[in-house]
Each structure stands twice: as structure tokens, then as C-alpha cells.
Design a protein around this ligand. Sequence first.
Ligand code: ATP
Length: 486
Amino acid sequence: MAETIKKLDELVGLCKRRGFIFQSSEIYGGLASCYDYGPLGAELKRNVKNAWWKSVVQMRDDMVGLDCSILMHPMIWKASGHVDKFADLICECKKCNTRSRVDHLEGKEQGETSRHAQTAPTDDLSDKVCPSCGAVGQFTEPMPFKLMFETQMGANADDAMTVFLRPETAQGIFANYRNVLDSSRIRVPFGIAQIGKSFRNEVTTKAFIFRTREFEQMEIEFFCEPGTDEDWWQHWKDARMQWYLNLGIRKENLRFRPHDDDELAHYAKACVDVEYRFPFGSGDWQELEGIANRTDFDLRQHQRGMRSVTKWIENGRDTINTPLVDEHPDYQSGPLSFFDDQNRKRYIPYVIEPSAGADRGTLAFLVDAYAEEEVKGEKRNVLRFHPTLAPIKCAILPLVKKEGMPDIARNIYQDLRRHFNCFYDEKSAIGRRYRRQDEAGTPFCVCVDGQTLEDQTVTVRDRDSMEQIRVSTDQLKNHLREKLDM
Ligand code: ATP
């Protein structure tokens, strides 16, 4: 365990030193649980999101993309259940006043419970340990703590209202499901994918970018006919696990964890987490992504929400105190139903939701790629990213700054950068430049040397094996594009 924690600390150090991830507002002393992605981190995270988008939208006939606003009609959050139920049960340590999530206290016997499961405030906390001061069983009664950030919209009294920063991107998809159906040729079964920022006023944040108050999600809502939902759930389980494996995460560090019945949200028929063995926390295994069968719950709730808007206006745009109207008896024919014209039937689709975190995924890719090795008596830090994710695909390095080598190298750089992200570096000894690229996770380094002047070949060094081969300059682009699959 000490070994793995050391690994996270060293990774955090490398992330700062090499410009992957910085503490937010660091020059002002930092803002807890908020992080900024530096030059290499911004590339890495963008590559993670692009790889996800390519696999779930670009490569599929049954999926389309969406990009919704963060602020939405507040009644969306009433209908979804977030206004009334999206809260963590927290308790306060009577000794040191630290507040903790009840489901995160050590000493528990079962796994963490879902926020929507709303554990009854009767939990026995007598054997639980305060993570801050170590006192045992010294907690106040659990109480709910609301997780949504609120803000005010509009300067005039007649349109001013409380709105929420979205705590998930999913609801924007449900709110646009009808628009997408009406504006594209897509038909059930189909899915909508979205990547975007979400905000949760987390009680406890954790482990670098693992749990933060502002984060990015990559979510899919897949709409299917009731009765086919179990097969689609299985399909998405397999597809999502394969995605992590294809991008190089080691199999032994990934697993599925099915939710227990008492952990399931009340509307979910089934849920499984894809877990990664992170180098922190009590149990190591932590959620990367949840894949839930949400049934027809959300669309039915939004049908109620749509019918409640008049009441909300009458009520002075007060979301919290405007109850939803009851479900219409003929809800199966409501505005969010789907008419299957081939089989002449109408129904509210069931929904499978694979919901992943872009930051959490990025952390898993970083952790899994990180290695420390000894090479010829020297320590080498290397990030073995899959080429698709590597921030820089190829570094172009003249061996020395003379005999025209920089000119040749610069020409190669100008040519290659049109196809993928490259880096040119002529400063310091070649060995040091190689090490810097190893730390950045660059899969290939091209070196222009004395022999280049004679036979127009360059060396191509492989990050992982450190082997070097000679490739002729006119073959270089094809050689690298093939290796990088770009
Ligand atoms: P947790 O219990 O770990 O906080 P959750 O079960 O509430 O997460 P979901 O609501 O299922 O998470 O969100 C889907 C995904 O979004 C998670 O698997 C995770 O990757 C990501 N995610 C959720 N909350 C955060 C957060 N605070 N910081 C970073 N990523 C998050």
C-alpha cells in the first residue's frame, strides 16, 4: 500500500513539473479541490474525450452527439429528483467538527451507497472512525447535505429565479430527446452522447482529480424498447470495458462491480460500475464509470415536469416549493413517447446510461501509464500512454546545433505537425531530451544526426523499448502514421 501511495505522490509531482495538472489559483494559495490542466494535460484530456467521442459517436450508426448549456430550466432538476433528493448524508465529528459523508466512513461493512438510494438516517455510526482526528463513534445524527450549486438568473424581479449548475450532463440529453428525434432520421434504438462540465458541492473531495467540485462527464443515454433493455445493458457493459482496454489500461486493474440491491437508485433496474485499481483509498478499487438501466423513469418524470411549468409560474418561479403534478393516466402516449411506425406501437423508451468521468478517466490513464525504471544505473520516469492519448506524438531533435542539422529537423517538424501533434527541441544533451519526452509520454523521437547529412535517414526511437531504427526521411511520415494509426 505504501508503495502505491508513493506512486500517486510521485505522479502528482510529475504532473506539476511537466505541466499536466496544476492546483487551481495556485498563485493565490490555491482553491481546494479545483485543478487546472497545463499544456500537456490539456492535450491528454482532449485526447481522452476525442477517443470516447470517436468510439461512441463517430464509429456508430445508432448514436448522435449533443452539447447542452450548463444552466437549464430549474424544473428539469425538480423532475429529475435532484432538487429534492440529490444530497449526501453527512455527520459531524463532535471532537473536531469535521463533516464526512456517512457512506465514506471507514469501518463500514458494505460498499458505498448511491446518493439516490437515500440511506435512512438510522445508520449505526458507533464503530466509525473520524478520518480527520481518529475519534471513534463521536458523530452527530446524519443529516442531508444538498449537492447542487445554486445561483440567481436575471436582474429584473419578474424574471429573476434560482437556477442550478448542472450536477450531471444527462438531464440535458433527456430534455432534448424529442428535438433530436424530430430533427434527425434516427429511430429507437438510438443513443445521445454528451461531454461537458458538471458541478457538485462535494462534502469531501479526494485524491487529486479523482473527486472534485467541478468536473467533466462523458455521458450516454441510450433509448431502447422495453424488453430489449437487458440486452442493451449487456452490450454497453462490454463496449465500455473494451474501450478502456483498447486504450491500454491493464486488464488486471479493471473490473466490474455490480450494485447491491440496497445500493441501487429506486428507479434503476440494474447498475454496474467499471472500477479501476487506483493507488489510494481504503479499498483501492474505485468507480471510473457507472452503467445503469434507468428504465423509463426519466422520460416519465419529464412528462410530469413539462405539465408542472404552469404551476411553477403561478408559484412565482419557486422550484423548490412547486410540487410536480401527478402522472397522466395515459402517460404512454405522452409527448416524450416514441411511435414505432413499423410495428405500429407507441411506448416510452427505456434508457441505458453509461456515465463516465473525463477527469477520473484521465487520472486512470495517467496512473496506469506511469512507470519508474532503472536504465544504465539511472532512474527513468516514463508515461507509457497509448499513442492515441499521448499529448505529443513525436519529438524532432537535431543531435547538435550545427552542420545544418537544425534546418533539416525543422523542415521535418513543419511537415509532420500538419498530421499530428509534434514538438521540436534543440536544447541540451540528447539523452536529457529523450528523458524529457519519456516523462511527457511521447511515443516516438526522431533524431537528425551526422548520418542524415550523408544518406537522408533519421533515427526513430521507441519510447517503451528505447530501440532506435533508421528510417529514410521520405518514408518517415508514412512510417509514423502507421505506427500511430493516424
Ligand atoms: P462518487 O460516489 O464516486 O462521487 P457517483 O456514483 O455519485 O460518484 P455518478 O453520479 O454515477 O457518480 O457520476 C458518473 C461519473 O462521473 C462517475 O463514475 C465519475 O467518473 C464522474 N464523477 C462523479 N462525481 C465526480 C466528481 N465529484 N469528481 C470527478 N468525477 C466525478
